[in-house]
Design a protein around this ligand. Structure first.
Ligand SMILES: Cc1ncc(COP(=O)(O)O)c(C=O)c1O
Length: 401
């Protein structure tokens, strides 16, 4: 049964609940079923020929399509592109969305530009695996648009990848500027908008070509699945889908179902997480034991003006520096009772991490400082708990150290 086209231009709450869902429901079930089929039989060879000639749209084989996955893709596309111009490709993780896109779009001998504040595994992929395949790269400082423009190698550069907001300092990219540089040089642009989600920011509306998300974070929202998505115009996504069918990085239908289920409350969760993020950022900024808060919703953030212009809310992640060193910061984190100490973000449970002890553990304090990673930095991802309880918990932990 084909996924029905959801009428365009609905708000994110309506799209999150209804887009992608079959109105002709299998077994009268209100939920889209999890279809566990590795292959899809044809009635006869005439039906096979009709399919091969593109006269009927249907599934053929699990690596090339699945109804549950298609439904999740339609929901994600409706959220990112409410006018309905763009389509989505679901992948088994955020990293596979990124690697599939790069592998499909950048040939050997090509060149790729990254901004320096990006997800470290994306950078690692480009600097190691992609370099081995003969793809060159340039890393430019996030927010330096002149450097970005100058880094383009005419005829060789195929893709500009940036993130917004970035981790952990939550820098916000000026989308129109990045899109204009891409258009000027005829180079495709991609934004990893995992930290923003389509609720808070829609890069395609600013002329960016592709948006990617780790759906493992806010979109799934319950810390119970891994998935990723890339969204853009149908021609590009069709080429990426072909590459996915060859690479074999296919999302499991169970995860696609969990993602759709999580997405139904996506807008509600985002409202809460935006509100909690802002309240906690303001609370921390006023606290005498907090040296600095990094949150784009605060006027003190260097990218506040860009964030206000481009974003509807600023998300649930708040990074801050406590008034102390590595040990005091660890002690503060250990005293928190509500957030779990864990990597990841965006789910219903609040999570906290000390980046210097997680992603940057192998570096010395001096090396960490050289890459801008301070030992007293804390990254808090607000879940959907009562914000008063989260603030009370932060208060008791800050008071004790
Ligand atoms: C900004 C960003 N992009 C991509 C990823 C990768 O996503 P996944 O863990 O779903 O592969 C992450 C994961 O932390 C991330 O933070």
């Amino acid at each position: 049964m084909p996924v029905e086209q959801f009428p365009p231009n609905h708000g994110p709450s309506t799209a999150a609940v209804h887009a992608g869902e079959h109105r002709q429901r299998a077994h009268d079930s209100i939920t889209t079923p999890i279809v566990l089929a590795a292959t899809y039989p044809f009635d006869d060879t005439a039906a096979l020929i009709e399919f091969q000639e593109g006269r009927v749209a249907r599934e053929e084989y699990g690596r090339y399509g699945n109804p549950t996955i298609r439904a999740a893709e339609s929901k994600l596309a409706a959220l990112e592109s409410p006018q309905g111009h763009d389509v989505a490709l679901l992948c088994p993780s955020g990293m596979s969305a990124i690697t599939t896109t790069i592998l499909a779009m950048v040939p050997s001998g090509g060149h790729i530009i990254l901004t320096d504040d990006g997800y470290r595994r994306t950078r690692q992929f480009v600097l190691t695996i992609l370099a081995r395949l003969g793809v060159e790269h340039t890393v430019v400082p996030t927010g330096d648009y002149a450097a970005l423009d100058a880094a383009v190698r005419p005829g060789q550069t195929r893709l500009i990848i940036s993130e917004s907001p970035t981790n952990p300092y939550l820098h916000v990219i000026d989308m129109p500027q990045v899109a204009a540089i891409g258009r000027k040089h005829r180079v495709k642009t991609m934004i990893d908008a995992t930290f923003a989600t389509p609720y808070n920011q829609r890069p395609l509306e600013y002329g960016i070509d592709l948006v990617t998300h780790s759906c493992t974070k806010y979109l799934g929202g319950h810390n119970d699945l891994l998935a990723g998505v890339v969204i853009g115009n149908p021609n590009i996504i069709s080429a990426l889908r072909d590459a996915q069918g060859i690479l074999g990085c296919i999302c499991d239908p169970h995860s696609a179902y969990l993602l759709m289920r999580g997405l139904k409350t996506f807008a509600l969760r985002m409202e809460r997480q935006n509100a909690s993020g802002m309240a906690i950022a303001q609370f921390l900024e006023a606290h005498p034991r907090v040296a600095r808060v990094h949150y784009p919703g605060l006027p003190s953030h260097p990218d506040h003006a860009v964030a206000v212009a481009q974003m509807r809310g600023f998300g649930g992640v708040v990074s801050f520096e406590v008034d102390g060193g590595l040990t005091e910061t660890s002690n503060f984190i250990d005293r928190l009772r509500i957030p779990y100490i864990a990597p990841s973000l965006g789910g219903v449970e609040s999570l906290v991490e000390q980046p210097s002890l997680m992603s940057f553990y192998e570096l010395s304090s001096e090396e960490r400082l050289a890459v801008g990673m301070r030992d007293n930095l804390v990254r808090l991802s607000c879940g959907i708990e009562d914000v008063a309880d989260l603030i009370a918990d932060l208060t008791q932990a800050l008071d004790l150290f």
